[in-house]
Design a protein around this ligand. Structure first.
Ligand SMILES: Cc1cc2nc3c(=O)[nH]c(=O)nc-3n(C[C@H](O)[C@H](O)[C@H](O)COP(=O)(O)OP(=O)(O)OC[C@H]3O[C@@H](n4cnc5c(N)ncnc54)[C@H](O)[C@@H]3O)c2cc1C
Length: 464
């Protein structure tokens, strides 16, 4: 049992291991020191670089405004840690409190924070994925290679998948005057994240900016020349495109495979943890010395019916890391829950997009400010008579207001009157999310079931 005395001893002489040395890992380490943890801190990361920031990789870096190696995360304070970079963790022995590294070494811990995040979903056919000209975008190395290729002015770029990353890549291509085709399996860009109504606005934005957008289409083959360079893409409607660059933007996979057999409730949607960031084991019993934060975590949220949420949000990684660190150095009632309202931003085609809450839970959508046709608006999503999410296009200064609406379960349709409401914002319309049975790459927040070991892949709306 964790007692106050044992926590005090741990805080003086304990040993914390953080696996995953990126945003969540670094912020947790800083918070641990802020909270007074004076023991040994070991940071294990499979990348060789010190922690860096990913959002600029698909924005400023691809636009050529900053180089990929200038994205290191700013440090909030010194953390006095031992860094073990360049070697992945390959296993976890819970009973012996040891992390096994891929090179065979073992690292013991008193408390462990898992922050191994996610990686880009690769193109499924390996030989095609290895063609020169086929890219994914997750790391500094990915961004540097892709930026070099864009700077060399390719003839045409194909973006496979129109989620946030795909849209941002397409936007960067157009800003650099490069011809780009976007192929999307769903009916519109961002449809999995924001639904069909807002997706239609995203489609207009793309076309207005010269993107060759093809929806309801899949890429069936990437074809190379004899030298192994990408030269064509085959689409499901029989079209063949001459392309020399393809960016695979098919969403992310959680880095949980290294925990197979560890006994933790880890799966494709992440590692289940309680509201205090403590990992669950496969029996649904909460551990007290293994914590989880960031993209790899799946945590229940009271605002969303205590269902587990899997998030790919920068702000969540920071906030959850701080909560995990706080709870690692405390016991009992001094611990606090992670109650962050999901929030995400994107920049594409000159438009600043922000969302809060869980848009894919939305049944209906109401434009509350601005107008869809102007590509400048705020809209709220309703679920069972309450506000569950909101999205803004170039109306970001209102996002905190909508966040409070979600937190207070404000009624939907909303009772307030938007200051500049237009004709197309007067009545709710179906939010028009694709059939949840179909795989979508798009949501950056996924409702992933009630049980810690449940591995639901898609959001299933509640039956009414
Ligand atoms: C191109 C891009 C653009 C983005 N833009 C936005 C945006 O505009 N807005 C927004 O809110 N969010 C955005 N995000 C998402 C945001 O960057 C993530 O939510 C955030 O990086 C999550 O941080 P994390 O530390 O949890 O995970 P990660 O950043 O994924 O870091 C996990 C780290 O753990 C390492 N690791 C994995 N497995 C192991 C192992 N076995 N052993 C050791 N180390 C391991 C990984 O290599 C990585 O270094 C973007 C992401 C990308 C890729």
């Amino acid at each position: 049992m964790v007692t106050e005395g044992s926590v005090a001893e741990f805080n003086r002489n304990g040993r914390v291991v953080v696996v995953g040395a990126s945003l969540a890992g670094l912020r947790a380490a800083e918070a641990l020191r802020d909270e007074g943890f004076a023991g040994t801190l070991i940071m294990i990361g499979d990348e060789r670089l010190q922690p860096y920031d990913r959002p600029p990789l698909s924005k400023q870096v691809l636009l050529g405004r900053t180089s990929a190696d200038r994205t290191l995360l700013p440090r909030r304070r010194a953390i006095n840690a031992e860094w073990r970079l360049g070697v992945p963790a390959a296993g976890l022995d819970l009973s012996r409190h040891r992390v096994r590294l891929a090179d065979g070494r073992e690292v013991g811990f008193d408390r462990l924070l898992i922050a191994t995040g996610a990686r880009a979903r690769p193109w499924p056919r390996e030989a095609e994925a290895e063609l020169d000209g086929v890219f994914v975008l997750r790391s500094v190395g990915d961004a540097a290679k892709l930026e070099r290729r864009l700077a060399a002015k390719p003839h045409r770029v194909l973006v496979v998948g129109a989620g946030f990353t795909g849209c941002e890549v397409a936007s960067a291509c157009r800003a650099r005057g490069i011809e780009v085709t976007v192929a999307e399996r769903g009916p519109a860009p961002l449809v999995g994240a924001l639904g069909g109504v807002v997706g239609a606005v995203a489609a207009e934005l793309q076309r207005k900016n010269g993107v060759d957008l093809r929806c309801n289409i899949t890429v069936t083959e990437l074809e190379g020349d004899l030298g192994g360079r990408l030269k064509r893409a085959h689409l499901s409607d029989g079209t063949v495109l001459d392309v020399d660059v393809a960016v695979i933007a098919l969403g992310a996979l959680r880095n949980t495979e290294w925990l197979t057999g560890s006994g933790l409730a880890a799966g494709p949607r992440g590692i289940a943890c309680d509201a205090g960031c403590r990992a669950f084991d496969v029996h649904g019993i909460v551990t007290d010395d293994v914590f989880v934060a960031g993209d790899v975590a799946r945590a229940p949220h009271p605002l969303f019916g205590y269902q587990f949420l899997s998030l790919e949000h920068w702000g969540n990684a920071v906030s959850q890391a701080e909560t995990a660190a706080h709870n690692m150095v405390r016991s009992g009632l001094d611990r606090r829950p992670h109650l962050w309202v999901p929030a995400f931003w994107s920049a594409q085609f000159g438009v600043n997009i922000k969302s809060v809450g869980v848009p894919p839970m939305g049944e209906e959508l109401l434009v509350t400010q601005g107008a869809l046709a102007e590509h400048r608006f705020a809209a709220v999503y309703g679920y069972q008579g309450r506000v569950i999410a909101a999205v803004t296009f170039d109306h970001g200064r209102w996002i905190d207001f909508y966040s409070r609406q979600i937190e207070s379960a404000a009624p939907f349709p909303p009772e307030f009157v938007g200051v500049d409401r237009r004709a197309d914002g007067m009545r709710p319309v179906p939010a028009d999310f694709p059939d949840p049975a179909l795989p979508t790459h798009g949501p950056t927040v996924t409702v992933s079931g009630y049980a810690p070991n449940e591995r639901r892949l898609t959001f299933t709306p509640a039956r009414t």
